[in-house]
Design a protein around this ligand. Structure first.
Ligand code: AMP
Ligand code: MG
Length: 332
């Protein structure tokens, strides 16, 4: 458990312009005082992140939205009421005072009230907004435990609060709330179905050629191991072909298909690594990043995974798997 003394020390660190490893229900964040430009600049330096990428500002409650955003549509308040605290970020027109280093120079700001009790305790004690992207180096897998943060950014963070493993495991749903209808920029812990049910309208998705720049450019991302999306039903045969070529192969799947059992594979089984990815989508999301990290640790040459059905949490899972396979947006 994180003690009150640790929270008080973290507040001190933030007030002095330092960086905190922050547990949230999605992934661990790298947090700085969002109203201190020098502190926010340290986030970019620590992550090696390009300066034009906007950061999400974390708030203690929905009432604080007014300090950061203006002209907030009614549907944004309804979403905030239903899904905050929780894994949903609202993109809103920013107030003039919001720092350019936080918004990446955009006229909008991303806001979220996280539900992790440690994050909420820190936000309440700090009494301000915390800019916090995921606590990983740019382009790498997001951390889902305090140990991951220490391993990834240990030298550049002043203090890591250990709030245990993340309950959601993938980043927040990003809802662009600057238009007449909400637009889902990134699927995440709050499902599109839940948003549609709450509002009675189906949110839009950005056109794939839309220039809405930040975080949306197709690009490569680590794990260092190549991740390949297997066509449904072909995972086992693809794995056998790669194993026969001498590769060390990871398969991310709930249960090993019969063709990949040791008695069928013979000697090839030595080069096969099974990384369990549960059928239950919420459980799979929770375990995904630990699974991706273990692919590199196991020194595999290739990782194979089938895309899940893209309903509910499956949409977020499929999105992150595409990114892991180098298709779609960059991971930050
Ligand atoms: P994260 O990596 O979870 O910190 O999320 C950061 C992502 O949130 C960015 O890459 C953008 O996709 C999105 N984002 C944050 N702020 C804004 C903004 N002002 N306008 C558009 N997208 C934003
Ligand atoms: Mg990130």
């Amino acid at each position: 458990m994180v003690s009150d003394a640790e929270i008080a020390r973290a507040v001190e660190v933030l007030r002095r312009g330092g960086l905190i490893g922050l547990p949230t229900e999605t992934v661990y964040g790298l947090a700085a005082d969002a109203s201190n430009a020098a502190a926010v600049a340290k986030i970019f330096a620590a992550k090696g992140r390009p300066a034009d990428h906007p950061l999400i500002v974390h708030l203690a409650d929905a009432a604080a939205v007014k300090d950061w955003a203006q002209s907030i549509p009614g549907y944004a308040w309804r979403l905030a009421e239903s899904f905050w605290p929780g894994p949903m970020t609202l993109i809103l027109p920013r107030r003039a005072e919001v720092l350019d280093v936080v918004t990446g120079g955009l006229e909008t700001v991303g806001l979220r009230v996280p539900s992790h009790p440690v994050a909420l305790r820190l936000l309440k004690a700090f009494q301000g907004g915390l800019a916090a992207p995921s606590a990983n180096r740019f382009g790498r897998v997001s951390p889902t435990t305090a140990e991951d943060v220490v391993r990834e950014l240990g030298a550049s963070v002043d203090m890591v609060l250990d709030g245990g493993p993340c309950q959601i495991g993938v980043e927040s749903t990003i809802v662009d709330a600057t238009g007449e209808v909400p637009c889902i920029l990134r699927p995440g812990g709050v499902t599109v179905e839940a948003i549609a049910a709450r509002l009675g309208v189906t949110p839009t998705r950005p056109r794939s050629d839309s220039p809405r720049a930040p975080g949306r450019m197709a690009s490569h991302y680590a794990p260092e191991t190549r991740v390949e999306l297997a066509i449904s039903g072909t995972l086992a045969s693809r794995a056998i072909a790669a194993l026969s070529d001498g590769l060390r192969v990871a398969v991310l799947v709930d249960k090993l298909p019969a063709e990949l059992h040791p008695e069928r594979l013979g000697r090839l089984t030595d080069r096969l690594v099974h990384i369990p990815l549960p059928r239950d989508m919420e459980e799979a999301a929770r375990r995904l990043y630990a699974g991706l990290r273990s692919i590199d640790r196991e020194a595999c040459d290739l990782a194979l995974v089938e895309l899940p059905d893209e309903s509910g949490m499956g949409a977020a899972l499929a999105d992150r798997l595409r990114k892991a396979a180098g298709q779609g947006d960059r991971m930050q």
